[in-house]
Design a protein around this ligand. Sequence first.
Ligand SMILES: C[S@@+](CC[C@H](N)C(=O)[O-])C[C@H]1O[C@@H](n2cnc3c(N)ncnc32)[C@H](O)[C@@H]1O
Length: 267
Amino acid sequence: MTYVLQNEWELAHERLRLLAEILDPDTYALLQSVGVQPGWSCLELGAGIGSVTRWLSKRVGSTGRVVALDLDIRWVDCAQFDHVCVVEKDVRELQSLEETFDLVYARNMLVHVPERVAVIQDIADALAPDGWLVVEEPDLATMEVTPTNGEDMQGPCAHVIAAIHHVMEQRGVSLRVSGELRDAMHEAGLHDITAEQRIMHIRGATGKARFFQLTYQQMRDAVLASGAVSEDAYDRFLRCFDDARFVLQAPTITSIRGRRRSSTQTR
Ligand SMILES: C[S@@+](CC[C@H](N)C(=O)[O-])C[C@H]1O[C@@H](n2cnc3c(N)ncnc32)[C@H](O)[C@@H]1O
């Protein structure tokens, strides 16, 4: 098991709910622009609390179908939809699904999977002709603390962030995943590939800041065990997220889309 932010943690649901609140509006606009329609068959990978699955299930309607896949499905809440199927499975075992989809969507998940390039090939194989793969993943390397009016925490925070990122890298997380995924989609034979990036600046003492605080709270033991940061320094970093003078430049989110060629198209 390499995944560091497991769903069994006692505050995982709050963390996943905040993540969905932060990202869902842009995701819905993105998927709308891809043209998800009634009757489509969709697969969401790493569904979390299932908010995107719920949106997709309303969009495709009862003539469509949505499969929500996650390593740990305890928080996927889609019981009210009979055209949604929830599957507890590791994305690295995607080959065994044996069906094809008009859309495969993944957010904040492939970044954690060391075998992400091979997984992109498996996803491409699971797309119907003309089917879309849409991913939204963070480049953690672009994250930084910007100066505030209060105590200058830039240096100490940068040190803690570097230690967190080191632990993540040891577990197979890529700090610059967007280029890897774009190239993997090209190598997998997808076409019409386009990418867009956005960066949020997150102010302390907000719901968005609480998401990041919970993320680093969940990683606390693993980072302290690495010996790179003292307990005191780590806890001061965590408390910054309660301070309205603190501003974090969040990881760059890259949305990448590409589609499988139709059966008559050649490369
Ligand atoms: C950071 S959460 C993102 C949840 C949701 N996609 C979102 O953006 O709101 C990552 C999710 O991916 C799942 N996950 C992580 N590694 C996985 C794997 N190898 N196979 C399937 N799911 C995985 C986790 O259980 C978790 O629910």
